[in-house]
Design a protein around this ligand. Structure first.
Ligand code: PLP
Length: 436
């Protein structure tokens, strides 16, 4: 299968789309033709890694990596994505738990798949004994940093430079960026998040540095992060169809639209995704676009669901490419925005109902289910709220609301025990180069 920019041009191979991240024309890579699956073609109740290898096979067709897809999926999908029923819901309601990976957020799926695939691409290249390892330099926002660092840790031929603003990340988040060592270089930059991003951009823009250190990108628009995310939508809708004769209706907490777009892909691949509803925070670019037809990207505003603070969601370009403009999109997808006050109220309300603390992102999904869908939408229908992170990652928000400590999942607890190691540098690209 070949991949092409959303803005047209010449198709490229899977390897090139993955290593480049963004297309040279600034567009995003999508497959030239989406494969489609007929009912019964995909296995029911299969282990997630086996299901993934089957679903993703057409995307790897013709690539030298095709023979390694099984092992890539075994390595990348080594944790589950369980669908759990919710007690005390008026009608059938389940939660799709995407937080059982090493850093307890759904970004582990994309990051692990991308890192294992990249590492194999690099190892297949003609070995040059003195070649620099592929170096991923990035200034992650939210959950991405920990997930990518975890996924790349000790991957052969790869190293990662994580830049984060000194003193401006929560202690638990900072720990997930700095507990690795080995091939992960963590640098606290004396400055803001924007300084970190500027430095990463400057390094990429310098052809000399970029070639000398073999720089590559792992940003969230990499097609290698989206492909694995379609797996849990395809799998749960396949299993539900088999069990109840109807696929899944998903409410997806949404920021940059990567997770929800993967659900749209699954639907377009012929899987029984009955409905797709987006829950955004107070960053309302997407719901306003669906209402008015005007695409008005803007700066983001800070909210409690900070990993969704995106004012210019880049994957909208892919969604419009797949399903069309607002007039067409409206018939296939709905979007609701949720305020910080509603997030707080939902965290409390669901804790009272279920005895479970949900993270602020997941709470936007519950708010949409409980308050923004109407009775006719809910009656007799089985909805699925997608849980994008574990509440323990956002302890400083969740614990005061529920008046209890949130138990830290084992995987995350292990990371928190590893010693942190990082250097502090001035906000200057040359200081990063000096450490490569
Ligand atoms: C990244 C993230 C989101 C938003 O996902 P997008 O793919 O950017 O829409 C939601 N919740 C959590 C916990 C995240 O880390």
């Amino acid at each position: 299968m070949q991949f092409v920019s959303t803005r047209g041009g010449q198709p490229v191979a899977l390897e090139q789309a993955i290593m480049a991240g963004t297309a040279p024309d600034g567009g995003l890579y999508v497959p030239t033709e989406l494969p489609t699956f007929k009912a019964g073609e995909l296995p029911v109740n299969a282990p997630i890694n086996e299901f993934a290898a089957r679903l993703l096979q057409p995307f790897f067709a013709g690539s030298a990596l095709a023979a390694e897809l099984d092992s890539i999926c075994t390595e990348a999908f080594n944790f589950p994505a369980p669908l759990r029923g919710v007690q005390n819901a008026p009608d059938a309601l389940s939660v799709l738990e995407l937080f059982h990976g090493p850093t307890a957020a759904f970004k582990d799926f994309g990051a692990r798949f991308l890192a294992t695939t990249m590492s194999r691409i690099i190892q297949r290249r003609a070995p040059q004994p003195d070649a620099a390892p592929a170096t991923i330099v990035f200034a992650p926002s939210g959950d991405t940093g920990g997930a990518v660092a975890a996924a790349c840790h000790r991957q052969p031929g790869t190293r990662v430079v994580v830049l984060f603003p000194d003193g401006r990340v929560s202690p638990r988040q900072q720990h997930q960026l700095t507990c690795w060592g080995d091939n992960i270089i963590s640098l606290a930059v004396k400055g803001e998040f924007d300084d970190c991003q500027r430095i990463a951009k400057e390094l990429f823009a310098d052809p000399d540095i970029s070639a000398r250190f073999n720089l590559c990108s792992a940003n969230s628009i990499n097609v290698g992060r989206l492909l694995p995310q379609s797996v849990y939508y395809a799998k749960t809708s396949t299993d539900l169809q088999h069990e109840r004769g109807e696929g899944g209706r998903y409410i997806v907490p949404t920021g940059n639209l990567g997770n929800a777009f993967a659900c749209a892909w699954a639907k377009s691949m012929g899987l029984p995704v009955e409905e797709l509803v987006l829950a955004t925070n107070a960053n309302t670019t997407i719901p306003e676009y669906l209402d008015s037809g005007e695409w008005t990207p803007r700066s983001s505003i800070a909210t409690l669901a900070s990993a969704m603070d995106v004012g210019n969601p880049s994957n909208m370009e892919r969604l419009r490419n797949l399903w069309g403009e607002a007039a067409e999109l409206r018939s296939r997808v709905r979007a609701f925005s949720v305020t910080d006050a509603q997030i707080r109220a939902q965290i409390v309300a669901e804790f009272e109902r279920q005895g479970i603390a949900w993270c602020p992102h997941t709470a936007t999904g519950f708010q949409v289910y409980r308050q923004q869908l109407d009775d006719a939408d809910r009656r007799g229908r089985h909805w699925i709220v997608v849980a994008t992170a574990h509440a323990a990652k956002f302890d400083e928000i969740v614990e005061p609301l529920i008046g209890e400590q949130v138990a830290v999942p084992d995987e995350l607890a292990k990371l928190l025990e590893w010693p942190a190691q990082f250097e502090t540098i001035e906000a200057d690209a040359a200081q990063v180069v000096a450490r490569l």
